[in-house]
Design a protein around this ligand. Structure first.
Ligand SMILES: CC(C)(COP(=O)(O)OP(=O)(O)OC[C@H]1O[C@@H](n2cnc3c(N)ncnc32)[C@H](O)[C@@H]1OP(=O)(O)O)[C@@H](O)C(=O)NCCC(=O)NCCS
Length: 468
């Protein structure tokens, strides 16, 4: 059986276009600080009319293969997680086959997984399980999380974003799954859903979704601790994880979720919280679960007690989600990418806990063990390839008026046929795919901007075999 199965390599793509949350606040007539302090967001990325979830995933897959020197023939499973519906039948995975077919590789299992922001995690688990299974054929798994998060005008609009992430899965990985350590919570609720197939926008009960998210955090953590304790014969607390990474619809909810874990540790009398913290949070231990989600004093006190631990264990994971916004399926992995970007040189031997949440709802907390790894599959090379700092720096800020204009055009284009786009690729980096046309049979056509891929390490044909 393959050992240390997990993430060998990653790459991330987000559009070069963004707005400042401060400018959007003023444009929307929201009170100053509501989006930046209240939601904790800095900027929001979005696709213009030449980009969509398919173009972003074509870009990130070809970039990953090129930059890590992976032969497309060495991919044996390709899974996509997305909740951005472009076609109710044809999977995004089949669009990506264009990359592999030209190298003669059509023997690739896997299709798309959908459940709000959880689809990427389902896809990742499928690939990890495949490599650990008896049906594994020795090749790599490849997972794509791709979404464009857009909301109708109103309170949810500032919680949009867009990105695609590619994750290469195989044995002997620098980021290995502790596969026995997973706690899940699945339930039937209408907190966020997309019943109107004529619109890209979700129906969202924002307040309910916040409570559901926190309930899922609690429940997954309880299951996770229970499994750890059964396996290791000792109590688990947040001190046993160096970092904790959360799905991030907006940063404030991540702050509240981490505080919730601290409260859980107090209730469990775990060692992660000192006596002062226990004294402050102890009085809330008599609240019922339902009461505790609505109690503002508990929320405030637990965030205060959690602050130093949040700064050490969570803050390094928040860069991309705060800068790009909610990327739905890609959001959790963009947070993880932020951690690698910020801390890659000090992660050897560390455990990182991830929490994945998708409305509707499905959620899992799971554990990764990190090692430095060997080039090209090393933490330092993953950070170099992703080049997050440069990608963020080279974006172009749009005024909110222009963003709203683009959203209106996209509303009109969603589900439409028989149009050509502006084909304007001037804002895109070389190697980026873009949408050129949707014909009279709704068939979508894409072009690739000429030149080397995003930060130009390798050319399109410069691939070498590197399989197990
Ligand atoms: C999250 C969401 C419900 C917030 O919208 P809203 O109801 O208009 O916002 P609120 O009035 O609750 O304000 C948001 C926060 O900003 C704070 N705030 C408001 N104005 C502020 C100001 N001027 N300065 C600082 N903070 C401010 C509020 O106190 C609140 O903080 P709290 O959560 O700690 O109480 C909405 O954006 C949404 O529906 N988003 C999509 C759903 C989602 O992402 N769900 C997450 C689970 S997947």
């Amino acid at each position: 059986m393959a050992e240390n199965v997990g993430i060998l390599a990653m790459d991330i793509y987000f559009p070069p276009t963004f707005i400042q949350q401060e400018a959007l606040e003023a444009h929307d007539g929201a009170s100053k600080g509501k989006y930046t302090i209240g939601l904790g967001q800095d900027c929001m990325g979005f696709c213009t009319e030449v980009e969509d979830v398919i173009s972003m995933s074509l870009t990130v897959v070809s970039s990953l293969l090129e930059k890590y020197g992976v032969d497309p023939k060495q991919i044996g499973r390709l899974e996509v997680g997305s909740e951005t519906v472009i076609d109710k039948s044809k999977s995004i995975k089949t669009f990506l086959m264009q990359i592999f077919e030209k190298y003669g590789n059509t023997d690739i299992e896997g299709v798309d997984s959908t459940n709000a922001c959880y689809g990427g995690t389902a896809a990742l688990f499928n690939c990890v399980n495949w490599v650990e299974s008896s049906s594994w054929d020795g090749r790599y798994g490849l997972v794509i999380c791709t979404d464009s998060a857009v909301y109708a005008e109103g309170p949810a609009r500032p919680t949009g974003g867009a990105a695609a992430i590619a994750i290469l899965v195989g044995p002997d990985a620098p980021i290995a799954f502790e596969s026995k350590l997973r706690g899940s919570y699945m339930s039937h609720v209408y907190d966020f859903y997309k019943p109107n197939l004529a619109s890209e926008y979700p129906v969202v009960d924002g307040k309910l979704s916040q409570t559901c998210y926190l309930m899922a955090v609690d429940s997954c953590y309880k299951q996770f601790c229970h499994k750890y304790e059964k396996l290791e014969g000792k109590q688990f607390s947040i001190s046993d994880a160096e970092y904790l990474v959360f799905h991030s619809p907006y940063n404030k909810l991540v702050q509240k979720s981490f505080a919730r874990l601290v409260f859980n540790d107090v209730l469990r009398n775990a060692s992660s919280v000192d006596e002062v913290g226990k004294e402050k949070l102890g009085p809330f231990s008599t609240l019922s679960d339902a009461e505790s989600y609505q109690n503002r004093d508990l929320e405030k006190a637990s965030q205060q007690v959690a602050k130093p631990l949040y700064d050490a264990k969570v803050q390094p994971t928040t860069l991309i989600p705060k800068q790009v916004g909610n990327m739905y399926t890609a959001s959790l992995y963009a947070a993880f990418a932020s951690l690698i970007h910020n801390k890659h040189s000090s992660l050897d031997g560390k455990r990182v806990i991830l929490f994945s949440y998708g409305s509707g709802l499905s959620a899992t907390m799971f554990s990764l063990q990190l090692r430095n790894g060997q080039h090209p599959f090393s933490l330092s090379n993953i950070a170099a390839v992703m080049d997050v700092g440069e990608k963020l720096k080279s974006r172009l800020e749009f005024p909110p008026e222009k963003f709203v204009e683009i959203m209106k055009l996209m509303e009109h284009r969603y589900g439409a046929k028989d149009f050509v786009t502006s084909k304007d690729s001037s804002l895109l980096s070389p190697g980026t795919y873009y949408l050129t046309e949707v014909d009279s049979m709704y068939r979508r056509f894409y072009a690739k901007k000429a030149g080397n891929s995003m930060n130009g390490i390798a050319t399109e044909n410069g691939v070498i075999a590197n399989g197990h």
